[in-house]
Design a protein around this ligand. Structure first.
Ligand SMILES: *Cc1c(COP(=O)(O)O)cnc(C)c1O
Length: 819
């Protein structure tokens, strides 16, 4: 059968949209919802969602990048772009879902649909590992399980595929019908139903019923009765059902689980016999996910013996890219897990947004299961590399090597990973960003080990997606046209330097602000081109300010005069910012200094005032609202006084994070967002709506038994009257873990359990009381994360989250994750 082809005209018919098609025969291959993840523009159809941040604004970005086909809801755009094809519909999201569900209906393959509260992505990836020997599988990239992600996933189905595995996630009622129509599963898996995320549903039963709408037409339904107990069995979907349980009789009845050091042995009864398997994981979530996969294999008629062999070979799933320091002043982006074209596009975007090194290198293996002809695939990849500005390609594998002549950039090829490892020294990597991306079987983790610096056991993990979402959370509260200045002082509140700034630049914030010129210089050297405000410009740094195009904040007459005097006479219009003191009483021109300020400004051509601002002292506290109000008023009056004389209007801004949350009417021209980016806002109860960005982790170095009456640590302060056991972990006050956490004040999570410190905190280490808990050398220890939060730590030692975060010392390695 020939490949399916969709002309834009055909798509317009399917969508029943109003069509404006100057080129009706263009053939569409890709559906696009984010103009920044563009692969081949000429064959892409862009869906402009108005609900998303200015979806229609992205049209111009997409157009500039060569996209000529659009689905929109606002007909006004049609006349703005003459040679482009437009389909106008009422609901752009519905249109995306409709075209995907039409596409799905053209194929007659088995499709596994997965939903549930947790584990969807892992179960999907593991089923892929378990079944890939027997099927040509198409699956959701990463955790594409939303109203947008599902249609994009299903659109990938092609003739070559014999099995689809797609996940679906919903957050409120009414969403699942749409996804069911797109996925149209023949086999359904319900992973579990958690207590969490119940917000969009009336009750647990209601949530379950909504999720099960995915499975209304499945032939086979795989589930655990404990999660469906609010429904009668007759209300469950599936002509055939397969149940598993650890608690009650079921088709697969788990009877015994034994966890060893690195694996778990599971016994169960199945069809009247005892069967078993071993999985190379020990944590609770992995066990449940593995049992679901086991049940699925058996339900698909694999023999218990075969299922057991396959489960033993499961490997961990890491869907995140990690940005780590590498050898020879390189940055390494490690993405050695997945290798398909859509995740390649995402990884290349992430590579592209790194500006800290002059050169961008990609190490790429052969790609599989893309449903495209090999030549087309590598042609597309070659175009993608050009578009994403890759400088050097290292291709590993017979397929990519065979198409070497398609790549018009510096390139080297190797038949396999071994050959690369034998020869890599000759490549002399130096001062470059290197993306490592390969299909599972190429074992690129061996390459990443060679190229990365060994990471000290204590690391601060930064989730860049969470940071981007926090930014988005605040932006969604801004009135149109209000600019954002991101505060990245003190190494972005402890979380990084150019790594954070690169992301903020990519997310198009308008300004960055740092405390000292040095921090600004580091950002410029890291390739950051955004305007940067420096809040404490010292006269000794004036020269650097000019050289690196850094914009000083001028806060009193002295500094203003010395900066004017410093600038050479021929210099005109150097950008500066004026800070007014309206009640903070830290830095800033007071009311009485305004006349002199104005005279000085009028007396020079050397300066251009970019912005005038003040800082609120208690924007988060209702009891000080009158005071805040008076600050805002005083600021507005002073701004007016200055600008009437100045005759132009610099940006006007007052709000910090909590100000954005509580003082909507004072957004003015710009807001300055700091701690909110990192997931905290005093004005939001329990930081609702924000995501934790940082996780601080360390490891257990030693475990000891302590006899009754012995003491632990310096000064014999750690008493163990009854004896017990302790774990020594590799974090101390020199890493930023304050001595105040000693003697039981602080707590850490080991294997999911909260345990107290014992004895004093040492410089590089501290001890935890782990009496009665199973702990091994090398176990991971969480100092803070989304469960045991920085807010908890701040309360323990009576400080604020800002201090906990910025205290994490620079010797603790930062690793950045991006999905
Ligand atoms: C640090 C700082 C901010 C950001 O404050 P957050 O409370 O972290 O949002 C804003 N403005 C100025 C002048 C600052 O120094």
């Amino acid at each position: 059968m020939s490949e399916l082809q969709y002309s834009i005209k055909y798509i317009a018919q399917i969508l029943k949209g109003k069509a404006f098609l100057p080129n009706p025969n263009v053939c569409i291959e890709n559906l696009l919802t984010d103009s920044r993840t563009l692969v081949s523009p000429a064959k892409s159809l862009f869906f402009a969602f108005s609900a998303k941040r200015n979806g229609h604004e992205f049209i111009s970005h997409a157009y500039q990048n060569g996209v000529r086909n659009f689905v929109i809801s606002d007909e006004n755009y049609v006349e703005k772009y003459e040679e482009a094809n437009f389909i106008v519909v009422d609901d752009v999201l519905k249109a995306l879902q409709n075209i995907a569900s039409f596409h799905r209906a053209q194929f007659n393959l088995q499709v596994v649909g997965i939903t549930g509260s947790n584990g969807k992505t892992i179960v999907k990836e593991w089923l892929y590992q378990l079944l890939t020997a027997d099927f040509n599988i198409v699956r959701s990239p990463k955790s594409f399980n939303s109203q947008i992600g599902v249609p994009l996933s299903v659109w990938q189905i092609a003739e070559v595929h014999s099995l689809g595995i797609f996940e679906a996630g919903i957050s409120t009622s009414g969403e699942m019908q749409a996804l069911a129509a797109v996925i149209h599963p023949t086999i359904g898996i319900l992973t579990n139903i958690g207590e969490a995320h119940a917000a969009g549903f009336e009750s647990k039963r209601h949530k379950l019923k909504e999720k099960l709408k995915l499975f209304e037409e499945v032939e086979l339904f795989i589930y655990a009765p404990e999660y469906t107990s609010t429904l009668e069995i007759s209300e469950l979907p599936g002509k055939k059902k397969f149940s598993w349980s650890t608690k009650e009789p079921a088709d697969l009845h788990i009877q015994h689980i034994e966890t060893k050091k690195e694996e778990s042995y599971i016994e169960a009864s199945y069809q009247g016999a005892q069967i078993s398997c071993t999985i190379p994981f020990t944590d609770k979530a992995a066990l449940e996910n593995a049992i679901i996969c086991w049940a699925t294999l058996l339900a698909l008629d694999y023999s218990p013996a075969e299922a057991s062999i396959r489960l033993d070979r499961l490997t961990g799933v890491n869907m995140r890219l990690a940005l780590i320091n590498g050898i020879e002043n390189c940055s390494i982006i490690d993405d050695s897990y997945s290798a398909d074209i859509s995740s390649l596009a995402i990884a290349l975007d992430f590579l592209n947004l790194q500006n800290q090194h002059p050169k961008r290198t990609l190490i790429l293996s052969d790609l599989y299961e893309t449903g495209k002809r090999t030549k087309d695939l590598y042609t597309e990849i070659a175009a993608l590399l050009q578009q994403k500005k890759v400088d050097h390609l290292i291709g590993i594998g017979p397929d990519i090597s065979a198409f070497a002549n398609l790549f018009k950039l510096e390139a080297s090829f190797y038949q396999n990973t071994q050959e690369f490892i034998r020869n890599w020294q000759a490549l002399h990597f130096n001062n470059e960003t290197i993306l490592i991306k390969g299909a599972r079987k190429f074992e690129f983790e061996r390459i990443s080990k060679l190229l990365t610096l060994k990471i000290h056991d204590t690391v601060l993990e930064i989730n860049l997606n969470a940071l981007a979402e926090n930014l988005q959370f605040y932006r969604s509260k801004l009135k149109p046209g209000v600019k954002t200045m991101a505060m990245v002082k003190a190494f972005s509140y402890g979380s990084g330097s150019f790594e954070i700034a690169n992301l903020l630049q990519y997310q198009k914030v308008d300004y960055l602000a740092v405390a000292y010129a040095d921090e600004g210089i580091a950002l410029r050297r890291g390739g950051i081109s955004l305007p940067i405000m420096v809040m404490s410009p010292e006269p000794s740094a004036f020269e650097a300010l000019v050289k690196y195009r850094l914009e000083p904040e001028l806060y009193d007459v002295n500094i203003l005069k010395s900066f004017i005097n410093f600038l050479p006479d021929e210099k005109a219009g150097f950008k500066v910012h004026i800070k007014l003191d309206t009640g903070m009483h830290r830095l800033g021109f007071g009311k009485e200094e305004l006349p002199e300020l104005i005279n000085l400004l009028l007396g020079t051509e050397k300066l251009k005032i970019e912005s005038i601002f003040t800082h609120l002292v208690a924007s988060d506290q209702a009891k000080h609202d009158d005071y805040t109000m008076s600050q805002i008023l005083a600021f507005s009056t002073a701004y007016q006084e200055i600008t009437t004389r100045l005759k132009y209007f610099p940006l006007k801004h007052v709000l910090n994070t909590s100000g954005i949350t509580r003082w909507q009417d004072a957004q003015m021209d710009m807001v300055r967002i700091g701690i909110g980016l990192y997931g905290f806002d005093n004005a939001l109860p329990a930081n609702k709506g924000l995501q934790a960005v940082a996780v601080l982790k360390t490891t257990v170095t030693q475990v000891k038994n302590i006899n009754a009456g012995e003491t632990v640590g310096y000064g014999r302060l750690g008493n163990m009257p009854k004896g017990g056991s302790i774990a020594t972990v590799k974090i101390g006050y020199a890493d930023g873990y304050s001595r105040k956490f000693g003697n039981g004040v602080g707590k850490m999570l080991i294997n999911g359990q909260l345990v107290p410190t014992i004895g004093s905190i040492c410089m590089d280490m501290c001890m935890l009381d782990v009496t009665g808990i199973k702990v091994n050398i090398g176990d991971e220890v969480v100092v803070f994360n989304h469960q045991h939060t920085i807010v908890d730590l701040a309360e323990q030692i009576d400080t604020i989250p800002y201090e906990i975060l910025t205290n994490v010392s620079q010797r603790v390695k930062r690793v950045y994750f991006f999905e």
